[in-house]
Design a protein around this ligand. Structure first.
Ligand SMILES: Cc1cn([C@H]2C[C@H](O)[C@@H](COP(=O)(O)OP(=O)(O)O[C@H]3O[C@H](C)C(=O)[C@H](O)[C@H]3O)O2)c(=O)[nH]c1=O
Length: 182
């Protein structure tokens, strides 16, 4: 497992060691000791999530507030997505910056999304299975979000608006300038 910093403080990519043989492949998708040794962080993940989406589905940008803020370790089991992390920590040196990268079943790449960041993804392949760990439980009342095409963030999603599939809830999320930073 290797890790690589991103432009957002505390957000990093993880590249697992893949063992290929004539049967296929094997890799440790998560190992607490390895994660802690490489990141220097002690993270207690308490909830695993999985979602399935078709091409053009955009989920996010979501976060949870207060004591329910979540750090996440995200990955793709099948397909390919464009993953975006936005720093909404008002005291962070990278406040208001976003990080965007492709996660896929081919690159097996993962992202650690620190607490205080909004997260979302766009499915580029025909279908994608997305799987992630959270270090805090879901709390509907604490949910917040930012409109995916916020003009200030100006995130260059790779699929045009006309082809996007976005939930009713996500279509009416507030603009970045209107959320109270964490
Ligand atoms: C997140 C979550 C949702 N739910 C229920 C609530 C809804 O009835 C249903 C779908 O929820 P939602 O439309 O919020 O699912 P996503 O749009 O995939 O939300 C996720 O999208 C982006 C990419 C994220 O990073 C967040 O983890 C998460 O907000 O699952 C639960 O029961 N538990 C949960 O932890």
């Amino acid at each position: 497992m290797k890790i690589k910093a991103t432009n957002i403080e505390g957000c990093f990519e993880l590249y697992p060691t893949v063992f290929n043989d004539e049967r296929g492949y094997f890799f440790e998708s998560y190992n607490k000791v390895t994660f802690e040794n490489l990141s220097g962080l002690k993270v207690d993940f308490v909830q695993d999530n999985q979602s399935f989406s078709k091409r053009g589905v955009l989920r996010g940008l979501h976060f949870q507030r207060g004591i329910y803020q979540q750090a996440k370790l995200v990955r793709v089991i099948k397909g390919e997505i464009e993953d975006v992390v936005v720093d909404i920590r008002k005291d962070s040196p990278t406040f208001g910056q976003y990080f965007k990268t492709v996660l896929s079943a081919e690159n097996n790449k993962q992202i650690f999304v620190p607490k205080g960041c909004a997260h979302g993804f766009l499915v580029l392949s025909e279908e994608a299975f997305f799987n992630y760990k959270c270090d805090n439980y879901y709390n509907k009342e604490s949910e917040g979000g930012i409109l995916y095409n916020d003009v200030d963030l100006n995130i260059p999603w790779s699929i045009s608006d006309s082809e996007l599939i976005i939930s009713d809830k996500d279509q009416v999320l507030p603009r970045f300038k209107d959320i109270s930073a964490l």
